[in-house]
Design a protein around this ligand. Structure first.
Ligand code: GLV
Ligand code: MG
Length: 316
């Protein structure tokens, strides 16, 4: 439900293939912040139509708790998109928070999905605007248009980078998506990560990094996650349950950072509001550091991210 899920954490976003009853059943037992039941690339074309009913059944009959629950539908360049929306949202809408649209190339694709959702919400008795949208940027055209895409609908909650499809779209000479390329002197996706992050933040969206395909390499995964975490991303995909705990840790502030952020807020508030007229200060020393309004803004981000992750102030 868009209102409910907009501000929930998405440190870990677990992909569950929608054609597999076994994985669908296991989904709720994995402590991911967000889980998406996939009808797209992890489902074989011949299983696409049958997977819809399995996904509907899993949404309605399993207990997903408070997590963000999403279904990834097929892209608009296939024959399945409208059927995915009508069957899944029409039959399992009340508990569904959002749908994920892959391979978004233009703002018009998001608008088309928004319009279709509006009709399905009406015919199935859901409140208007109930279903949010997550949009995946994973083609060169999508990246070129990412700014308009991020502003295309009030239903948008997140923008996501899809490194595997993006590498294919760029014709990069790699066979594994979302991992380091040792031959490249630097981070080959740095520009892409930054461009998507800026477009998302400018429109108030959460920004999510996609999969890391070496699922048996937890150390490499942990290391790779730090790139987008350091830039400011909210979370990243997990393709395997073992990746979830790593993500929940890497994408949460530490207790020390959280406490320090609160201390900065207290010091700033003291300096700016206490004292006689003429003595209140906008910039003040905090230990060895000069803090001001920009410091408050940085600290607020840590506090809200930490609170979303369940942290509480040590001395409070
Ligand atoms: C995810 O969908 C990707 O293509 O990386
Ligand atoms: Mg993809």
């Amino acid at each position: 439900m868009s209102q409910r899920s907009r501000d929930l954490p998405r440190r870990s976003c677990l992909s569950v293939p929608g054609s597999s009853e076994r994985f669908l059943e296991k989904g709720p037992t994995v402590a991911a912040d967000m889980t998406f039941l996939d009808l797209e690339d992890s489902v074989a074309p011949l299983e696409k139509v049958a997977a819809r009913a399995k996904v509907v059944d899993a949404i309605k009959n399993q207990d997903w708790g408070e997590r963000v629950l999403c279904v990834r539908i097929n892209a608009w360049d296939t024959e399945w998109t409208y059927g995915d929306v009508i069957e899944v949202v029409g039959n399992a809408g009340p508990r569904l928070d959002e749908v994920m649209l892959p391979k978004v190339q233009s703002a018009a694709e998001v608008v088309a999905l928004d319009l279709l959702l509006t009709q399905v919400e009406k015919t199935s008795g859901l409140p208007a605007g109930h279903i949010g949208i997550e949009a995946q940027i994973e083609t060169t055209r999508g990246l070129i248009n990412v700014e308009e895409i991020c502003a295309a609908s009030p239903r948008l909650e997140t923008i996501i980078f899809g490194p595997a499809d993006f590498a294919a779209s760029m014709e990069m000479p790699v066979l594994t998506g979302g991992v380091e390329i040792a031959d490249y002197p630097g981070d080959h996706f740095h520009y892409v990560f930054s461009k998507i992050l800026m477009a998302g933040r400018a429109n108030g969206l959460q920004v999510i990094d996609g999969p890391y395909l070496y699922v048996r390499d937890p150390d490499g995964f942990r290391e790779y996650c730090k790139r987008t975490r350091t830039l400011g991303y909210d979370g990243k995909w997990a393709l395997h349950p073992d990746q979830v705990a790593i993500l929940n840790e890497v994408f949460s502030p530490t207790q020390e950072q959280f406490d320090r952020a609160w201390a900065i807020l207290d010091a700033y508030e003291q300096a700016t509001t206490h004292g006689a007229p003429g003595e209140r200060k906008g910039a003040v020393m905090f230990g060895d550091e000069m803090i001001d309004e920009a410091s408050r803004k940085m600290a607020i981000k840590f506090v809200s991210r930490g609170e979303r992750a369940g942290l509480r102030r040590t001395d409070a």
